[in-house]
Design a protein around this ligand. Structure first.
Ligand code: FES
Length: 80
């Protein structure tokens, strides 16, 4: 599974760095290092609804440092 977090300027201003840090911790806490590849991405073209994240090509729009944990639980942990 590949999760890419947009670090374009609009998403950066909305907290993409913090979203990446939280995702790193969630991956480590759930022992998913071998299964989830976390990467940064340039602008994904949905700047108006960032932070934009893609997971195997599926868009997660409007992710924030506050909501990333719940989204990760729903999209990753519940589909393992
Ligand atoms: S800056 Fe993130 S989608 Fe454009």
């Amino acid at each position: 599974m590949e999760i890419r977090v947009c670090i374009g300027s609009s998403c950066h201003l909305r907290g993409s760095y913090e979203v990446i840090e939280k995702l790193k911790k969630l991956v480590a806490d759930n022992a998913l290092e071998g299964k989830v590849n976390l990467a940064a991405s340039f602008c994904l073209g949905k700047c108006g609804t960032g932070v934009t994240v893609t997971c195997d090509g599926e868009f997660w729009e409007g992710v924030t440092p506050e909501t990333v944990e719940a989204i990760f639980a729903e999209k990753v942990l519940h589909t393992k």
